[in-house]
Design a protein around this ligand. Structure first.
Ligand code: HEC
Ligand code: HEC
Ligand code: HEC
Ligand code: HEC
Ligand code: HEC
Length: 452
């Protein structure tokens, strides 16, 4: 080859290489864009009849593997959960359980005397345990419970549809009325992909009739009629609503044991209590005092809604399922857990302070709350002691009615923020306001017994 021919062939080779390189970049850009829009390889065709998360996981292996991480147990100062070894027995085959809250604070046991919570109540742990922990809780093994309990402790969307011959609400009603043991045979696993996602579009969706009904009556109380989150909510709202199907205050209504969220007058503690007073609901009669009282349960959704994060449009998923990068992808972390174990992704996207500083701020809020909560707990114990003493001294029911009503109020307010699992963080000022009113109710209850 002469030199000019050599030069030409080199030029061609260089051009070809450059073209190849350029097109390779182009292809990968196109692929990335497509991945971002449709970030998975469709391995299986998902339908509304497949509830096994392992099958969904074939299309979304990264989501599935982080979903499975909810088995982790790590303690934070006030949250997370500690893994306690447990000797398996016939009644309770668990090898590991979370710590007992009523043993840590016996005042809780006294507050709930006459109710199953005074027998067994533990710290909550990851989603992977929700079905197991319910089945083996002494609140289930030692007491009669309805199928309704499963609504928030298992993947029941498909069971509801099957039992209702396609009608979700009919199936929900059927399962709820079965005894727990029978109902639990219709469930197999904790909350799964199908409970939060539409299998075709992967859009978030609400699958629990109690939330659909609860948010409808709540919105109606705010002047918005016929609200349906599945057609009317924004994506950002759905990122909290899916959690609000379970992390809420509830009660079982009537002999049908229908699951009802008491939001008819609003989401604040006094609005919920006003509803319970109106429908004359009580959960139990306090064993020592004889008062007809209520048990509050995990009102995370209600309390979060009173805080500055909700007001600023920050959703549960922003802190508890923050985005994380996997290759070129941004995926939602399905390892739902305490954000304090994940401050970098959960908080620092918005707050530009060092991790330690963010942690300190949260713990300061929690410690202040916890101290106030202890004052309220002592006040409630004093009220219960006084009512008991009056009863023992022969006081009639009519003489105790006012004190009983104050106990009902004081106890519900305190339990509301106690059962709320953020130790005051989701709405710090609201939590302290509620504790302050609880203390006042307890002390005023004591006064009614002194003024004859
Ligand atoms: C601004 C961030 C943020 C938002 C929004 C938020 N949380 Fe939290 N949440 C926290 C923090 C911080 C804690 C305290 C964790 C700890 O003490 O370890 C917490 C605690 C919890 C806990 C107890 C966790 C544990 O490990 O003990 C639950 C359950 C929970 N939140 C549910 C929710 C739900 C449901 C929503 C929406 C209705 C929500 N959170 C909204 C930050 C947030
Ligand atoms: C189907 C009901 C259900 C739904 C939906 C649900 N949770 Fe939970 N969640 C539970 C139950 C039940 C537990 C306690 C499980 C246990 O202790 O065995 C729990 C536990 C938790 C914990 C404690 C984890 C730990 O490691 O201590 C957090 C945090 C939490 N949920 C946040 C959320 C958030 C955020 C959402 C929405 C994205 C959500 N949950 C949706 C029922 C639900
Ligand atoms: C509206 C949803 C909902 C219903 C209905 C529900 N739970 Fe739960 N349950 C939760 C959530 C959320 C948690 C985790 C937060 C917590 O422990 O406070 C939880 C935690 C638990 C735990 C673990 C912590 C503990 O309390 O020891 C047990 C056990 C439990 N529930 C039993 C039951 C039983 C029994 C029923 C029926 C009487 C029931 N649940 C009904 C939502 C629900
Ligand atoms: C408790 C509800 C819940 C469960 C259960 C759940 N997800 Fe999600 N998922 C979410 C939320 C919240 C988002 C964020 C959605 C958004 O921002 O539009 C999400 C987002 C996604 C996305 C969209 C891309 C992304 O990462 O944001 C995929 C894909 C996904 N989930 C797959 C799964 C799979 C697979 C499972 C079962 C292994 C599963 N999810 C279980 C709540 C859930
Ligand atoms: C999507 C953005 C966003 C995320 C994520 C977020 N925050 Fe915030 N945070 C805000 C906004 C907005 C405010 C309101 C104050 C303001 O406007 O500056 C706020 C206020 C606060 C406050 C002061 C208000 C109060 O409630 O006392 C604290 C403390 C705080 N955030 C902690 C956290 C922690 C801890 C996390 C992670 C678990 C977190 N935030 C995650 C946006 C966010």
């Amino acid at each position: 080859m002469n030199s000019s021919a050599k030069r030409i062939s080199i030029a061609i080779a260089v051009t070809a290489l450059a073209t190849f390189a350029a097109s390779a970049v182009l292809v990968s850009v196109v692929e990335r864009k497509q991945e971002a829009r449709n970030p998975f390889f469709k391995v299986v065709e998902l339908t509304d009849d497949i509830d096994d998360p392992a099958v969904w996981g074939k299309n979304f292996p990264m989501h599935y593997s982080s979903y499975k991480s909810t088995v982790d147990m790590v303690r934070t100062r006030y949250g997370g959960s500690e893994a306690l070894p447990h000797t398996p027995s016939r009644m309770d085959p668990r090898h590991v359980v979370a710590q007992s809250k009523i043993e840590q604070d016996p005042r809780l046991k006294r507050m709930w005397l006459g109710y199953p919570f005074s027998v067994d109540f533990r710290e909550e742990r990851g989603h992977a345990y929700m079905f197991l922990d319910q089945q083996y809780s002494q609140r289930v093994t030692g007491f009669k419970q309805p199928g309704t309990c499963l609504n928030c402790h298992a993947s029941v969307y498909l069971a509801y549809r099957k039992l209702g011959n396609g009608d979700l609400v009919a199936g929900f009603e059927k399962l709820s009325q079965m005894p727990y043991a029978e109902a639990s045979r219709h469930a197999a696993q904790p909350v799964a992909c199908i409970d939060c996602h539409d299998p075709k579009s992967m859009q978030l969706r609400i699958t629990r009739p109690a939330f659909l009904e609860g948010i409808r009556v709540y919105k109606a109380s705010q002047g918005v009629p016929n609200y349906d989150p599945n057609t009317m909510a924004s994506t950002q709202e759905m990122r909290s609503f899916v959690c609000g199907q379970c992390h809420v205050e509830y009660y079982f209504q009537g002999p049908q044991k229908r699951l009802v969220f008491p939001w008819h007058k609003g989401l604040k503690v006094e609005e919920i209590l006003a509803y319970y007073d109106e429908v004359r609901h009580k959960d139990f009669v306090h064993k020592e005092s004889g008062a007809g009282v209520l048990k509050a349960q995990h009102p995370e959704f209600e309390m979060y809604n009173q805080g500055v994060h909700a007001r600023s449009g920050v959703a549960c998923a922003d802190c508890h399922m923050p985005y994380r990068r996997e290759g070129g992808l941004k995926i939602s972390d399905h390892h739902v857990r305490s954000p304090l174990l994940n401050i970098n992704r959960a908080c620092q996207g918005c707050h530009h302070f060092p991790e330690q500083e963010m942690k300190d701020r949260v713990e300061l809020i929690q410690t202040r709350f916890y101290k106030a909560r202890n004052v309220a707990m002592d006040a409630l114990m004093d009220l219960i002691s006084d009512i008991k003493a009056a009863r023992d001294a022969g006081a009639a029911g009519s003489q105790l009615e006012k004190a009983w009503d104050f106990q009902r109020k004081a106890q519900f307010y305190l339990d509301f923020v106690e059962a709320e699992n953020s130790t005051g963080f989701h709405a710090p000022q609201e939590a302290l306001r509620i504790v302050a009113e609880s203390i006042d109710f307890s002390r005023r209850g004591q006064l009614t017994l002194r003024r004859k």
